[in-house]
Design a protein around this ligand. Structure first.
Ligand code: SF4
Length: 654
């Protein structure tokens, strides 16, 4: 490859305040792409097993995808990776916005941090100059205040990401965010930055990604963008579009899925963002209700969920917002006079559900305020909402009283108390300190049998989609190396944007929906393909918008001659190494179990999930066989490791 900076990483040692560049061979990129593929290879190699994730030997890195920094549609993502201090497993987390491309513009495919500073620091890389700077002036500030100060000092064109008060306070549910609320939220990686006393990364670069075959690459992009253009909706589409969030009851009654034509889905994303699901998912059974113990149509019925509907949210929208190089732009900037702030960002569905349906809270303004608080402090809204649901259930059942909660009446739907509790968690103040590391750790501190209300997978609060609707979510929630995620390529969930309609030449087994053997094969393909496109930096939503020239873009960028099979092998390798990392930590992931409520044990007696219990362990065994892993313990077999060029793992696992 003739690429000017392919192959260059930056290591930052915070203990002795030094920088070191490292070159990598082209083979590594062909085997791992970028993003968390490259992350797992580098961190597996450079970090010993079983170290304290918050200690000086721990590594945290920032990894843009293989296509990031180019104009390939949806390719602007970067991943943060390290050992999760929340679950003890492999940890990675993914964010859009504009920061990923800036890492590439600085000439790096990754920036990794090791060591620990004794006082707050931030790093600045501007047009090739690198500095580690005292951060005492910005330590304690939220991310909007911090970004404003840093732009004043380093120029308005710098891109910044970092931690807010949550990460500074080593909250194990803290993330890493930019000033527009784009957050790498999961895995608790904000605490890794906090433990290193690293507040922010400030970047501005002037390099361009060099493209091997420009004509082909730019033609592909042009052609895709022409078809992806979102035109003004016609009369019929316009009518549907106006009413989509109101269709909730119809979807439930007629059991209509959430998928549709790529064109319409694009329009829906542009118009409403993911919060279009606020009403739809609450009504159809997809949203967890009342800490997973309720049923949407009874406990959070349409007359409540419509208060937080996308139609109501849209009334506050002043403009579209989205990530770098994205033709859809599913975000938005809102003006909410009740909050007396100039502008805020659109909350995502996950946030609206975690602080809405999950807590029986239909106070829309409170959702705006909570979203803003969490983004500014960079704390994971799924985990924070899940932890507050746990606290409310403890309170409702007398395990916590106002003596424990600093006087807060933690009852279902009490939005004022919920807002106050979010603030306390961020500051680790009073009851907030008990809850700041998620509900599994809170239950250990509180005792009194409270763990039965902690809805986590290995300590990670479970995301806002019910496996009784998307069945294979139970398997990914339990067994992905990063547990509890909805973004781990569960085939039923991904079916909203099936991968065989996205990538030409990729075929899911016909009839997989009705035949478990075929479904397992389809799951392997889905898992592997998703590892590859994520590591290339693509947004997960991109598969919902119709055919995409992924393979051709990769080949024209790099000059490789990859096939779909080789891409799947890259994904297989990445997922196997993520798995090996978690196993090397001594975590017996195959024995993990989800709380009974999440899988319908016992089943609901009424509602859309009536009578449904999900069995997911047998599916995992079959998936392990398909992946070439031992079905009893999830260990990749030696021959699989050899076939995937992962021989270096054998000595660690055998
Ligand atoms: S669809 Fe939304 S999240 Fe995905 S890249 Fe576009 S703006 Fe970002």
């Amino acid at each position: 490859m003739s690429n000017e900076f392919f192959g260059k990483l930056l290591w930052v040692d915070l203990s002795n305040e030094s920088f070191k560049e490292e070159k990598l061979s082209d083979d590594i990129y062909r085997q791992y792409f970028g993003g968390y593929g490259l992350a797992v290879k580098l961190i597996y190699d450079h970090m010993k097993a079983k170290i304290d994730p918050l200690g000086g030997d721990s590594i945290i890195g920032f990894f843009p995808g293989l296509l990031t920094g180019t104009v390939a549609p949806f390719s602007g993502r970067y991943m943060v990776a390290g050992k999760s201090p929340l679950t003890g497993t492999w940890g990675d987390s993914n964010s859009g916005g504009y920061f990923g491309p800036e890492i590439k513009k600085c000439g790096y495919d990754a920036i990794l941090f090791k060591g620990k500073s004794s006082s707050p620091k931030y790093i600045v890389i501007i047009d090739g100059n690198k500095e580690i700077i005292d951060a005492s002036e910005i330590w304690g500030l939220d991310l909007i205040e911090t970004d404003a100060k840093l732009k004043k000092k380093h120029g308005k064109f710098v891109k910044t990401v970092g931690i807010g008060q949550a990460g500074e306070n080593l909250s194990l549910i803290s993330g890493i965010a930019d000033n527009k609320g784009r957050i790498a939220a999961r895995s608790g990686l904000g605490a890794l930055m906090g433990s290193k006393k690293l507040k922010m990364l400030v970047l501005k670069g002037n390099k361009k990604v060099l493209i091997n075959n420009k004509d082909i690459f730019f033609n592909l992009v042009k052609k895709y963008n022409e078809t992806a253009k979102i035109s003004k909706p016609g009369l019929f589409t316009g009518l549907i579009l106006k009413r989509v969030p109101n269709f909730a009851k119809l979807l439930r009654i007629f059991k209509i899925g959430l998928s549709g034509s790529a064109g319409l889905i694009k329009q829906i994303y542009r118009t409403y963002g993911t919060c279009v699901a606020n009403t739809l998912s609450a009504e159809t059974g997809d949203s967890p209700i009342k800490n997973w113990g309720g049923i949407g149509m009874y406990d959070f019925p349409y007359k409540m969920s419509k208060d937080i509907s996308a139609i109501n949210i849209q009334k506050y929208k002043i403009r579209d917002y989205g990530c770098y190089s994205c033709p859809v732009q599913c975000g938005a900037i809102l003006k909410v006079p009740e909050l007396s702030r100039e502008e805020i960002t659109l909350p995502e569905y996950e946030t609206c559900c975690a602080f809405g349906a999950l807590l029986l809270n239909n106070d829309l303004i409170s959702l705006f305020e909570i979203n803003e608080l969490c983004n500014r402090a960079a704390i994971d809204t799924i985990s924070t909402g899940g932890t507050i649901a746990f606290a409310i259930e403890c309170f409702e059942n007398g395990i916590l009283t106002t003596d424990d909660t600093d006087g807060l009446e933690l009852t279902w739907g009490n939005s004022k108390a919920i807002i106050e509790l979010v603030k306390k968690i961020i500051k680790r103040e009073g009851i907030g300190d008990v809850l700041a590391d998620g509900c599994k750790i809170a239950a250990e501190k509180i005792g009194k049998n409270s763990e039965k209300y902690a809805m986590t997978s290995l300590g990670s609060e479970i995301a806002m989609h019910d496996p009784r609707i998307f069945k294979s979510l139970a398997f990914t929630y339990a067994f992905d190396p990063t547990p509890g995620r909805h973004t781990a390529a569960s085939i039923d969930f991904i079916d909203i944007g099936p991968i065989d309609k996205f990538q030409k030449g990729l075929t899911l087994p016909k009839g997989w929906k009705k035949n478990e053997k075929l479904k397992v094969k389809g799951q392997k393909l889905t898992t592997c393909f998703h590892q590859a496109i994520s590591s290339a930096g693509l947004c997960m939503f991109s598969t919902q918008f119709g055919p995409y020239p992924f393979l051709d873009l990769v080949n024209s960028l790099t000059g490789w001659d990859m096939t779909v099979d080789e891409i799947l092998k890259v994904g297989h390798r990445i997922q196997t190494l993520r798995q090996a990392f978690t196993l090397r930590e001594g975590i017996d992931i195959a024995k993990n179990e989800l709380p009974g409520r999440v899988t319908g044990h016992p089943p609901n007696e009424k509602g859309p999930t009536k009578g449904i219990s999900i069995e997911y362990k047998d599916f995992y065994k079959k998936y392990c066989e398909e992946m070439g892993w031992n079905p009893e313990n999830g260990y990749p077999l030696e021959e699989t490791l050899k076939d995937l060029d992962l021989k270096f793992v054998i000595k660690d696992l055998y």
